[in-house]
Design a protein around this ligand. Structure first.
Ligand SMILES: *Cc1c(COP(=O)(O)O)cnc(C)c1O
Length: 432
């Protein structure tokens, strides 16, 4: 399969190059030339297949031309060593719990898949030498990437994070791992971390000395595997006999997650329509309403993983559909303010005894507001509520149980490399 760039100046790129580069040289995002339809029999039998079987069939459609069957199967099965259960919250509303991976966030799926695919290419090339992954994080991405790449041969990961500005739980998730993971504690802001990473990619001397790559969410190897659980969510709904008129609602920030679902629909997944749930950063909703895309600086909200003012995957949505009209036919939008998010968490707990995290809360509320008679809704619960412990406990006035997996991280010893926000210092560190 070849990949082209959403900016149209680059095409015919191999999967390997797209994965290693991340972003196309014209600064666009990579898209596959062809999105294959899954055969009818696949959907007829989907309710009888396991998550791994479904995911492998979808992975084969994306990557089967570029990765041999045995390796691809192993990558998929290795990635999905946890379940993504569909949980009934109330009549006609189901939560697809994406938070049962190692860091309790949906980003685990993409990060684990990408690390293994990159590992596969490195091994195949057998050029020796390490590949260095640089990632800047304000919390969730760093933990998913660090845990996803932990122990993968030939890859070293540097997680740059702003000192004192990530939650304790998040910090533990990438500073206690050791092995091939190094946490760099930057005396600055998240923007400083991102600037250091970008400067490193542009520095000629550094790139001559070492192979650098990024693991952010625009990478095709992180983004496409997210389609797996849409198919599996549908399969579970079909087992319940509820799969007609299925609506999927996705709490969205950079729009990578929902775009993977839209790819699923293009592959034939019988989803009637999608809802993109936003917090106050409602750039996409405004686009739906006006037909004009106007990015603006993000504002901080309770659902902070969705605080995005210029969603990077918007370019992919546009490339997939081609027009405002076509986008509006498949996707609607909505926005929720912080008080509305808090109210949703309270109302859902009161009515159903189901604890939402602030991101999932936007998804649940959007279905409450937007589901039509005869439709069944699935919202993606993108993180475990314990990842936002203080917020959720304050809103509900109850104690939220911390899963064993999170507690384990908190037992480890923090190890980090202190760093100034000056690029020269960061470069000197990488060069030695
Ligand atoms: C990253 C993230 C999102 C947003 O996903 P996008 O793919 O950027 O739209 C939503 N919820 C949580 C908990 C996240 O970590």
């Amino acid at each position: 399969m070849k990949y082209y760039s959403t900016n149209q100046k680059v095409s015919g790129v191999s999967l390997e190059e797209a994965v290693v580069k991340g972003l196309a040289s014209d600064k666009g995002l990579f898209m596959p030339d062809v999105i294959k339809k899954m055969p009818t029999e696949f959907f007829d039998n989907i309710d009888k297949l396991s998550f791994q079987e479904i995911a492998y069939a979808v992975a084969d459609a994306f990557f089967g031309e570029d990765v041999d069957a045995e390796s691809l199967k192993q990558i998929v099965y290795d990635t999905l060593s946890f379940d993504v259960p569909l949980v009934k919250v109330e009549d006609n509303i189901y939560s697809l719990e994406l938070f049962h991976g190692p860091t309790l966030a949906f980003k685990d799926v993409g990060a684990r898949f990408m690390s293994r695919l990159l590992g596969y290419f490195i091994k195949k090339e057998n050029k020796g030498g390490l590949v260095n992954v640089l990632v800047a994080t304000s919390g969730d991405t760093g933990s998913a990437v660090a845990n996803g790449f932990l122990g993968v041969d030939g890859i070293r990961v540097f997680v740059l994070y702003p000192k004192g500005k990530v939650s304790k739980i998040q910090e533990c998730q990438f500073t206690t791992l050791g092995k091939n993971i190094t946490a760099i504690e930057v005396d600055g802001t998240f923007d400083d971390c991102q600037r250091l990473v970008k400067s490193a990619f542009m520095d000629e001397e550094l790139n001559k000395k070492m192979k650098l790559t990024s693991a952010n969410s625009i990478n095709v190897a992180r983004f496409l595997p997210q389609a797996f659980y849409y198919f599996y969510g549908y399969a579970q709904l079909k087992r319940l006999g509820k799969a007609d008129n299925c609506v999927i609602c996705v709490p969205s920030g950079n729009f990578g997650n929902i775009t993977a679902g839209l790819f699923g629909k293009r592959m034939g997944l019988p989803v009637k329509r999608f809802i993109a749930a936003n917090n106050s950063n409602d750039i996409f909703l405004q686009y739906l309403n006006t037909g004009v895309y106007t990015p603006r600086p993000s504002v901080a909200t309770l659902a902070n993983a969705m605080d995005v003012g210029d969603p990077s995957n918007f370019a992919r949505v546009l490339a997939l559909y081609g027009s405002h009209e076509a986008i509006c036919a498949d996707i609607s939008g909505c926005r929720y303010s912080d008080p509305q998010i808090a109210e949703a968490i309270q109302n859902c707990y009161k009515a159903n005894k189901y604890i939402l995290d602030p991101h999932g809360a936007c998804g649940w509320q959007a279905l409450k507001d937007g589901l039509k008679p005869g439709e069944t809704g699935i919202f993606l619960e993108t993180a475990h509520p314990a990842k936002f412990l203080e917020k959720v406990e304050n809103i509900l006035g109850i104690k939220v149980e911390i899963p064993q997996k999170l507690q384990e991280f908190m037992k480890g010893t923090k190890q980090s490399v202190p760093m100034t926000k000056e690029f020269e210092d960061f470069k000197a560190y990488l060069m030695q």
